[in-house]
Design a protein around this ligand. Structure first.
Ligand code: GAR
Length: 216
């Protein structure tokens, strides 16, 4: 079966992008990474992608007159590269309805909290302030509202005594690296579909997805 041709959008170091690239090295994985694009010049993930032989695009959003003109340029690059699906992986730029509508049902995001708790920034500090016992991460379809959309998969990690935002964030990030490739595989293989605003997953999940606790 043809593999789904995916672009990964990043703004920084790209560790989730790297996890996706590594998963897609397996020819049996149902997606291939056709492009890595960044809105921040010199984003660390671009060098990682180039080293892995993946095509990259660097579009500095500050060089455009507005959000939508940046997104139109980005969209052209995606289309030129034959991209069918988009994964946001630490892409820290709000998207307008133009781009969200263009990729509706064909765009995932990873967020470092158990949504709908703690959307937005500083999730780990806010989770610690709230005194939660579990933190985690979520892969969801992108909608017009930030960090809101049908949830494909979540992973939970414990909050441990003495945690600060950095130690908790590192534990969550390790879970992200397992969750995102698994969630994309569910979507790319056609097993995860949005039905009535929620994600339905068909068939057994061989790996403990869409929900797992990586410490178990
Ligand atoms: C990840 O923790 C990702 O979940 C988060 O940014 C980090 C990017 O790291 N994304 C968001 O907060 C989006 N709301 P990475 O560049 O190493 O993948």
């Amino acid at each position: 079966m043809a593999r789904l041709r995916v672009a990964v959008l990043i703004s920084g170091r790209g560790s989730n992008m790297k996890a996706l690239l590594e998963a897609a090295r397996d020819p049996a994985y149902p997606a291939e990474i056709g492009l890595v694009a960044a809105n921040v010049p010199g984003a660390g993930g671009l060098a990682l992608a180039r080293a892995a032989g993946i095509a990259t695009a660097e579009l500095d959003h500050r060089q455009y007159s507005g959000r939508e003109s940046f997104e139109r340029a980005l969209n052209s690059r995606l289309i030129e590269a034959g991209i069918e699906f988009v994964c946001l992986a630490g892409f820290m730029r709000l998207l307008t309805p133009y781009f969200v509508d263009a990729w509706a049902g064909r765009m995932l995001n990873i967020h470092p909290s158990l949504l709908p708790a703690f959307p937005g920034l500083d999730t780990h500090a806010r989770a610690l302030d709230a005194g939660v016992r579990f933190a985690g991460c979520t892969v969801h379809f992108v909608t017009g509202e930030m960090d809101v959309g049908p949830i494909v998969a979540q992973a939970a990690v414990p909050v441990l005594p003495g945690d600060d935002a950095a130690t908790l964030g590192a534990r969550v990030l390790a879970a992200e690296h397992r969750l995102y490739p698994g969630a994309l595989a569910l979507v790319a293989s056609g097993r995860a579909k949005v039905v009535d605003g929620k994600v339905r997953i068909d068939g057994p999940t061989a790996v403990p997805l869409p929900a797992f606790n990586p410490t178990l």
